[in-house]
Design a protein around this ligand. Structure first.
Ligand code: XIL
Length: 302
């Protein structure tokens, strides 16, 4: 294949990017995105604060801009994200107890129902585990409603949109030796054993000096896959430049391709200048839209 999406399709996989609605009028940006990628994630526009700015008053205008652009260009959409401690609307941030639990479940239900039948996979719960040692849950207002909030969110999402794959998505779960990875692994194993609906694990894969790519990444992917879930690389970006960065991108692709249930890769933005990382050059295109070494190594590895 001569583009990322064509090359990924040879093995039946997708290659995606995060899209920001506010950049779609930039023709360099949108033409690269249209040419190279066939799975689209809204970078911010389907999050809780964007879709429910006031309680039980939903606003899908920005999410729909991205959804419509994707579908009009023949692409599929990953939904991101239904329940998360971050980017909550103000009204939710100080809620607790039963009120918050019900508000969260209502949000999951209403957003998943609105997009019913249209989303390839939803990140149902994002970043619920704590960093560091111990493998504990993140202390958030959602966790304080009871540690079963995650499975409650997954059950609500399944009821609202039975055809979407339901994913748990997180960062720092790519290194197999980390406690956080093992804790998420145990949760997914538990969900599968008890019939809690879960179809996929999203490895965000924001690689930088503090959490670098590790050669055990393939073990992480294959271990989750062996639980009977798909693995999707959902927010890939790799700090660095030149041949070292290019090699790491190739390693990530090779690790995914080695595991049949690793079904697709999404990078978190188009050009370096579109990245959420304030400084650095973590993506596949430079600020002018030129293909980087990392692009070529990724394409060749697919
Ligand atoms: C980031 C966006 O890229 C930024 O524009 C926003 O300001 C903050 O969120 N993990 C996630 C993503 O799941 O939603 C985050 O996206 C990056 C980290």
């Amino acid at each position: 294949g001569s583009t990322l999406q064509e090359a990924a399709a040879i093995s039946g996989r997708y290659f995606g990017t995060a899209i920001a609605a506010g950049r779609l009028n930039d023709s360099t940006y949108s033409s690269i995105a249209n040419r190279e990628f066939n799975m689209i994630t809204a970078e911010n526009e389907m999050k809780m604060d964007a879709t429910e700015p006031n309680q039980n008053q939903f606003n899908f205008s920005q999410g729909d801009r991205i959804y419509n652009w994707a579908v009009q260009n023949g692409k599929r959409v990953r939904g991101h994200a239904l329940a998360w401690h971050s980017q909550q609307p103000g009204w939710m941030q100080n809620m607790g107890g039963t009120q918050l639990r019900n508000a969260m479940l209502n949000h999951v239900t209403k957003v998943a129902e609105y997009y019913k039948g249209k989303i390839y996979a939803w990140d149902v719960v994002n970043e619920a585990f704590a960093d560091g040692n111990g493998g504990g849950r993140r202390n958030s207002n959602l966790e304080q409603t009871g540690s079963d909030w995650i499975e409650a969110a997954f059950r609500a999402a399944r009821s609202a949109d039975p055809s979407a794959k339901l994913c748990y998505n997180d960062y720092n779960i790519d290194n197999w030796n980390w406690d956080k990875t093992q804790a998420v692994y145990r949760m997914v194993r538990d969900f599968k054993s008890r019939g809690v609906p879960i179809d996929c694990v999203g490895l965000q894969s924001h690689f930088n000096s503090g959490s670098a790519y590790n050669s055990n990444y393939r073990t992480t992917i294959s271990s989750f896959a062996a639980l009977g879930v798909e693995v999707q690389i959902t927010e890939l970006d790799i700090e660095g430049s030149g041949s070292q960065q290019a090699q790491t991108y190739a390693n990530v692709v090779n690790d995914c391709l080695a595991v049949p249930r690793c079904t697709g890769i999404t990078v978190w933005g188009v050009r370096d200048t579109d990245s959420w990382r304030a400084s650095g050059t973590p993506l596949l295109f430079d600020g002018s839209g030129n293909k980087k070494q990392a692009y070529t190594s990724t394409l060749n590895a697919l």
